[in-house]
Design a protein around this ligand. Structure first.
Ligand code: NAD
Length: 443
């Protein structure tokens, strides 16, 4: 298996992939539009350019990342030199979702290939056009024994899961994440689970409200709210709630016009099932803006809901659509009472000019990643790990972290033969006192 041992082969494969994705960018953007009217701007910013950047960064650094890394040896082993060897796991399965169907299939693939693995990718069946172009690019770029794309839905995924893998990388829902974890446990296969959750967005009274509204509207309604790290619900200090609502309404109209259904910048819900789920969230709620739904093309308007009951459906499930509930709080205890009733989220956002408040929120709550005074953008820094905690996921990736994730790190001590201190060998009689001293000095 040349890809396992030959770093240059891996690099050439990635260069071929870079060439293919750059040549076919127009077709990829078209496929994303055909699947759910993803605007070209969003397709470039959140999918194609991201993949190209990840490829370039990986190709540039692969030699450095793959090299055995020298680490400071332990004096107890003197004389020795110690290394971490990066070893490919072997056979890797990548299962991708539909919401960023291109990027979330390709980004882990790039890292798995760079690390020297054999890879099977299963894209989402809900974005058939994107799935098709991914399959085409992969078959044109890679040897079939190296990387293969297998298209299909749940049944295909289950058939793949029934096989034995050396690593499984899954992005999708919490419910399916549990199925993946169970299947992986059968062979003690390590997994990364990139899942979702209900992401809180706190707006404290000192926040710059106009900018806050603009950044929330962008992060929430990007991809029509079908973003795992989109703010799920707002927690606004009661004293500024009316003002923030006015700004949110204005920013939605600025971004998508009086009739967002006509906006070229607003995608559709992925399918009927998810559209119906969104529609059910609107039942018996106070709609502050939006609320329009159109069954023919699975449209849901960018919608603001006022103070939904915590028992209502919209506050029970991950929304994953363009509906934004606005709740208010008075004290930090109110915040805690709401946030802590959910599982640990993938993201948390806080808008405030009060540094101490921001630090307290960062320290008090557990979440995958997040921002102070913005939404979603932590995704863009390849030096920051991207992943969840608790129910929002296991493991994290991006940049070098992705390469490390798909590599087993072998610990190797190369012992020198020119000196052999006898104190560790049996018979132990009379050696314990010296050994205790040594352990004490060098611990
Ligand atoms: P999903 O879990 O329904 O599907 C994801 C993948 O799993 C698809 O390829 C699908 O074919 C496969 N699958 C479905 N049922 C399966 C089963 N029973 N056994 C094996 N495989 C199965 O998720 P989705 O609807 O595609 O994506 C939406 C979810 O993904 C949201 O919850 C969102 O938060 C999450 N998400 C997370 C991230 C992240 O990076 N953490 C990114 C995007 C989406």
């Amino acid at each position: 298996m040349i890809f396992k041992t030959d770093l240059n082969y891996r690099k050439q494969s990635l260069l071929k992939l870079l060439n293919a994705v750059q040549e076919q960018e127009v077709e990829i953007i078209q496929a994303l539009y055909d699947d759910f009217k993803k605007p070209a701007f969003e397709a470039v910013v959140t999918e194609t350019s991201y993949v190209v950047a990840e490829l370039k960064h990986t190709i540039k650094n692969i030699n450095k990342w793959a090299k055995p890394k020298w680490v400071l040896p332990s004096f107890l082993n003197f004389p020795s030199t110690d290394y971490l060897y990066k070893e490919p796991y072997g056979k890797v399965l990548i299962i991708a979702p539909w919401n960023y169907p291109y990027q979330l299939a390709l980004a882990p693939l790039i890292a798995a290939v760079a690390a020297g693995n054999q890879v099977i990718v299963k894209p989402s069946e809900l974005t058939p056009n994107t799935s098709k172009i991914i399959a085409k690019i992969i078959s044109e770029t890679f040897d079939k024994n190296h990387v293969e794309c297998i298209e299909g839905g749940t049944e295909v995924a289950q058939e793949l899961l029934a096989q034995r893998w050396d690593y499984i990388f899954f992005t999708g829902s919490v419910a399916v994440g549990k199925i993946i974890a169970k299947a992986a446990a059968e062979h003690l296969t390590p997994v990364t689970l990139e899942l979702g959750g209900k992401n809180p967005c706190i707006i404290e009274q000192s926040a710059h409200l106009r900018l806050t509204a603009k950044r929330i509207v962008w992060g929430k309604f990007l991809n029509a709210g079908q973003t795992c790290i989109a703010p799920d619900y707002l927690l606004v200090h009661h004293s500024i709630k009316p003002k923030l609502i006015d700004f949110l309404k204005e920013e939605i109209i600025t971004a998508y016009g009086e009739n967002p259904e006509k906006s070229p910048d607003f995608p559709r819900i992925i399918n009927k099932k998810n559209w119906k789920r969104q529609v059910s969230f609107l039942e018996n709620q106070t709609v502050l803006l939006g609320g329009k739904t159109t069954a023919e093309d699975f449209y849901i308007a960018p919608t603001l809901l006022d103070n939904p009951n915590l028992e209502s459906l919209v506050m029970q499930e991950e929304i994953f659509g363009p509906i934004l509930p606005i709740l208010s709080y008075e004290t930090e205890a109110d915040l805690e009472a709401i946030i802590m009733q959910y599982e640990k989220p993938l993201s948390l956002y806080v808008f405030t000019e009060n540094k101490a408040f921001a630090q307290k929120i960062m320290a008090n709550y557990s979440f995958g990643g997040g921002c102070i005074n913005d939404t979603v953008i932590h995704f863009a820094n390849k030096r920051l790990p991207f992943g969840g905690v608790g129910h929002s996921g296991i493991g994290a990736y991006h940049g070098k972290l992705s390469f490390d994730l798909f590599s087993h790190q072998k610990a190797v001590v190369k012992k020198g033969n020119w000196l052999d201190i006898p104190s560790r060998y049996a018979p132990y009689k009379g050696k314990l006192k010296t050994m205790k001293k040594l352990l004490n000095w060098f611990s």
